[in-house]
Design a protein around this ligand. Sequence first.
Ligand code: PHE
Length: 468
Amino acid sequence: MSYAKSTNFSGQIGFVLASAGSAVGLGNIWRFPYLAAKDGLLFIVLYLVLVLTFGFALLITDITIGRKTRRSSIFAYYAMSPKWRYLGVLTFLVPVLIMTYYPVIGGWITRYIAVYATGLQSAAADSAFFTSFISSTTSPILYGILFLALTGLVIFFGVQSGIERVSKWLLPLLFLMLIGIACYALTIEHTDANGQTRTGLMGLAYMFTPKGGELTLSTFLQVLLDAVGQMFFSLSISMGIMISYGSYVNKEVNLTKCVLQIEIFDTVAAMLAAIIIIPTIYVFSGPEGMSAGPSLMFISLPKIFDVMGTAGVITGIVFFVMAAFAALTSCISVLEPIVANIMDMFETKRKITTIVTTLVYMAAATVITLGYSSLYMEVKLPNGSTGQLLDIADYAATAFMMPFISLFTCILIGWIVGSKWIIGEIEREGNVFSMKGAYTFLIRYLAPVLMFILFLQSTGFLDYILKK
Ligand code: PHE
């Protein structure tokens, strides 16, 4: 089946905004700040280096596979090498899994918009609020379903009238809000019970000061792998997502430029989110507040917004609306490759495929949400953490499948299909790809090694080997 022209993005801007919409998501707003708070400046520096090297190579690979084959992951891998088609199937399964829980978190964010819009900010400041919300049996399900319905609606209208149109509005608005709150965060100050006054700018300085203490090889490795994992998740690499989006790009578009622009959007968004969250936590809780991890966004921030009074309510609404936009544009990019692959496989029409898929995911999201209540369990994951259904799905997709797929995609491109296959497509229509040599070296040698180490670490094998 070949795509009709109407399923393409209208041009470079539409494609870049949609892809940046996919990249900028909870990974930037939620995960990057807490990793930067936990691992400090070293993490930020390593992350930037990785994005410009490995991130660039892997992202342009995904997009180019899509544009050259004009297919979604399953058929794209088949087109590269029929023997490797199972890798395409595995790649398809990543968004299939992520889609079960990403809308659940989108639903939580939507709930927090409602919290600030209805004057519940003091209730939300209670540490138990978040846990009791996610472990109740109806409200988180309804919010998740609402979020999914919105996602489905966008996909229903297709690439240009759905995804592209929504991204063109939401992404600029998202950046405006991010910049607005970041500027505000730098102006706040607070005097704590001991009479100590801390300001937003002091928090910013803290963020860019190297952590004291000795740097051992094992902490360096840990921070490096945190940064690699974050890079994958944040750039939506090795999930078949950018393959699908790439398949809708016109042949004359300059892919090198697009990838750079997507990376700039993604990195600036992550830095702005960190500039909002780290100084705010620093001002109100001091350096001790930095270790809160994933609970920073849903527990630590609401406490602070409550102390800030009216300014906190306004900041709270803007912050969670911004986070919801980020989550929505990412979530549509997870649903799109699922729908596209199904349409490819069964030759079905977009509208009916979207409706059925969305309904199936409403059921799946319900099950995942119940993982915090009636289906509660404590499963020890191979990387040492304990998780419920949401964490298990997240672990399987992002810690296990992504590095695995990336490792084998690099081997496929570097050793079997050949990097010329990719380079030729990038250089179509007279476009120049000046980093060909570096690209080939990275895909053939460096990336597979790094992916292999990441795979060992995220599956717990690395700890096991190092301890022996
Ligand atoms: N890249 C998105 C983010 O940073 C996350 C994402 C994950 C998007 C999975 C699509 C699929 O949040």
